[in-house]
Design a protein. Sequence first.
Length: 648
Amino acid sequence: MLLKKHINITLFSGGSGNVRFIELLKKIPNIKLSILVNGYDDGKSTGEIRKLLTGMLGPSDFRKNFLHLIERNKQNGNILFDIFNFRFPKKFTKREFKDFLYLNKNSLIVEKLKIYNLSVDKFNKIEEYFKTFYKFYTKFNTVKLSDISLGNILIASSYLLNNKNFNKSLKDIENFLDINHRVLNVTNGLNLYLNAILENGNIITGEADLVEKRHPSKISDLYLLKSKNLKLDKKLKNKNTLQKKNYLQKLHINPNINSELYNLIKKSDIIIYGPGTQHSSLFPSYMTKGLCDLVHNSRAKKFLITNIFFDNDILHENVESLINKFYYFFNNKKNNIKKNLVDYYLVNKFDKDDKNLLNKQNYLNYSSKINLQLLDWEKGAGLHYPNWLAKKIFHLSGNSHLINNLSKSVVSIIIPCLNEKRTIFKVLNDIRKLSFSDFNLVKEVIVVDGGSTDGCSKIIQKFKEYKFYQLNKVGRGEAINYGIRKSKGDVIVIYPSDDEYNVSDIEKVVQPIMMEQSKIVYGSRMIKCMNLDDQLDQIYKNNKLTMLLSKFGGKLINLLILAIFNKSISDPFTTVKAFNANLLKSIKLNRKGFDLDFEIFIKLTNQKNFFLEVPVNFKPRTKKQGKKITTLDGIKCLFYIIFNKFYL
């Protein structure tokens, strides 16, 4: 079967709710992504711009999506990203503002942003933007410079240069940033302001108040009005909720659709209604005139992704009520509802086994009778794992071939723990500082306790962003295997809780997998080891017999591995290792103790996989300090190797 050259994906989005998902999709070569946004944002920075340019929609959510799409590996990419992401400091004078916009080389911000390092064409364009804005700004001199976004100023400058045509200005900025995907306004550019009414009759004027405050009553309806500050006359103030709604509905305007969307949605293969601030980022977009018929007639597979838990604007909602509101606003509040707008409803099924799970009351209820696709994809703090989301959508849309093109975006760090009260805080706190910024990886930390009795679980539960599972009297191998099954990562790291290793070495074992040098990486203590006897002496002190058994037992196992599997590995006992997740999950694991490490090794060796070893730092602790591995564990590993060779 011939595959399409490009898969066209249309994503309804807000500003930041889909950032990881967008960053994942944009890296797939044969995907063309179009992000549809509305311009009703009216927060602090964008509000100042709209106050200055009274006919202009809010630029902030467009700016944020442009940031997600900038190719930072290109010549100008990093500089343009920093420029678009920059916010002016709170203490900033008008003189400093002028020096900056006129690109005075003595300006500290000009120097900081490296604007003179841009290519000539980009520099000339940004110079034109800045001078245009400053010329307009000086006529009014009303903008508060404190904390204003430079990216918003650039969009406003383009708006002025393009004869105050908002949609043309977005295309202009898109070209300026050399973006390969699209960010489009869902409407024709008519400047409107978002207002709402609560079920208790309270009227919310302005988008910022709608999403930033917690309201005592459910949001009943939304309205797009010409005026930002709705002036209510005395008669209306004394009216009941229904009368207020009728009055607001008469003022409500459904803006016309952006003409570019006709062809775009017609050619879409996948349409995604993303998660986000529903009543400001998404529902208002759906009220665009002509959009419902266009999407209804599209042959694309359509996915509605719900939020994981409550934002301020959906405190009184559940999955079913949000779906009902989706149809209500998409059908322009009419009774003749068209239902062919969603093929699959993707809903988070939270993990009840996770002891660090936020209060159940924080999660959206999904008692809906609609056929839902339930999937545990929560990273934490209401954020989705982008890889799981993409895989599910590609599978259901009949584009499973795209899964192989997904870049690795999530690393799962599995930490087995048993009575490690003395060390667990330091280990988890050090892991918190890991960023994996070189590869832009999302970090999933999974702590599996095998039945601790020393109170370390209370420490683990302080790290609310981590997954925490408590099992009853299980061995290290069983705890690791449980963590593997729970993991969402593209890369899986196994790391101990005993603080014998350096947390920074996790990046060392992940890096070769990300660079596709190997699918399996072991952190070896022996590559950098100057003297094995010194390390063993620190562990066993005066127990010479145990030290000798450990020393020569380890060498015997190394020799057996070489003799039986024709493979040389310096440190098969290491407890720091990383794997391609699909590879590790392809083998069935049964061992429950320390011998699980050898089960993994043998089964992956039998598949003829290459093992890469990298040096890691190691500071051994003594038996008195909590060292758990014993000579008996070594003997079990030895017998497992022999048994595997001759009896399996």
